[in-house]
Design a protein around this ligand. Structure first.
Ligand code: FUB
Length: 321
């Protein structure tokens, strides 16, 4: 039998849903977890930035808000509530709230050492000149769970999804995104994360990972650094479900060497996750749809992640397909 270590379920919340009305009570479905560890008042705290699944009928095209979670022990989780939604963001963009066109998908967050602020980044599909386009918005806060103030979007990144906001040891920030045929890296200006330093570059194409013998890059890039090497984790395009693969590089801009699959499908057609070190152990966060039985109502969970002697990610529990 499958056993999941969930973050948010069974956690029930009251939602206002265009489909079900005001005060509709539902499990809080979450997906696409981005995990970060911050030092808060001398304590290590793990924060989780996730997408929020809401409607089985409309699926991902209905996600328009976020919750943030935190833990100090990987057992007890705090839900910091609804921290951002399309209506809030629309106040900045001035666009009309129009469900179905204004999705907000997999977010991330990072800390900017130069101004001491946390930056929440989220891909928001909006209409520009009548055309749908994904923009990567930034919201800042003095605290890792908000309250957030939207400051606009990073103008110039190709219309892509799933931003991973990675800050290197020297404080330089990069955004990794997926779409338009591959994985993109965008370097940000040191003194202004709303602006790009140069152009976005494609790091991995859909067929870049030939070593595994399967179609490779699909979406959901996540970058972490361990022992001086950059690990790029992502969902592949394996049949109708996705597995998680990874590539490694000595330089952030590559070349990235494909290392293959480290997570088989985990009870959902999409996969998307993050790998993080917390209090001496490593964890991989991902999502499964087993709790709801519906691929558009996902739940975030995690497993401990181990590495072999060469620093390769060991395969996670293999529940098969
Ligand atoms: O959650 C919406 C989308 O589904 C994400 O952006 C993708 O990575 C996939 O998980």
């Amino acid at each position: 039998p499958r056993e999941w270590t969930y973050v948010s379920n069974p956690m029930f919340t009251e939602l206002t849903s265009p489909m079900f009305g005001v005060g509709f009570t539902s499990p809080l479905y979450t997906a696409d977890p981005s995990a970060h560890v911050w030092n808060i008042d001398g304590k290590e705290v793990l924060y989780l930035y996730a997408s929020h699944d809401m409607s089985p009928a409309q699926g991902c095209d209905h996600m328009d808000r976020y919750h943030i979670f935190s833990t100090e022990d990987m057992i007890n989780w705090t839900d910091h509530g609804e921290v951002m939604n399309a209506a809030t963001s629309n106040r900045y963009t001035g666009t009309v709230n129009n469900y179905g066109e204004e999705y907000m998908w997999a977010p991330d967050c990072n800390y900017n050492p130069s101004d001491g602020l946390y930056y929440f980044i989220y891909p928001h599909r909006i209409r520009m000149n009548g055309e749908p386009v994904w923009q990567h918005f930034l919201a800042t806060s003095e605290n890792p769970a908000g309250p957030w103030k939207c400051i606009g979007y990073i103008d110039g990144i190709p219309s892509t999804i799933d931003p991973c906001l990675f800050v290197d040891d020297d404080g330089q920030a990069y955004v990794f995104t997926s779409g338009q045929g591959g994985c993109w890296m965008t370097k940000l200006k040191r003194d202004n994360w709303l602006e790009m330093e140069g152009e976005s570059v494609m790091l991995l194409g859909p067929d870049g990972d030939v070593a595994s013998g399967f179609p490779s890059f699909h979406e959901g890039p996540w970058v972490f650094k361990k022992d001086g090497r950059y690990y790029l984790v992502y969902a592949d395009g394996y049949t109708t479900v996705n597995r998680m693969q990874y590539s490694v590089a000595d330089n952030i801009a590559g070349p990235y060497t494909p290392k293959g699959v480290f997570m088989n499908p985990m009870g959902c057609n999409t996969t998307h996750g993050s790998v993080v070190e917390f209090k001496g152990k490593w964890y991989t966060f991902y999502h499964t749809a087993d709790f709801s039985g519906h691929g558009a109502l996902r739940s975030v969970c995690y497993d401990e992640q181990t590495f072999d002697d060469e620093g390769n990610l060991n395969l996670l529990r293999n529940f098969g397909e």
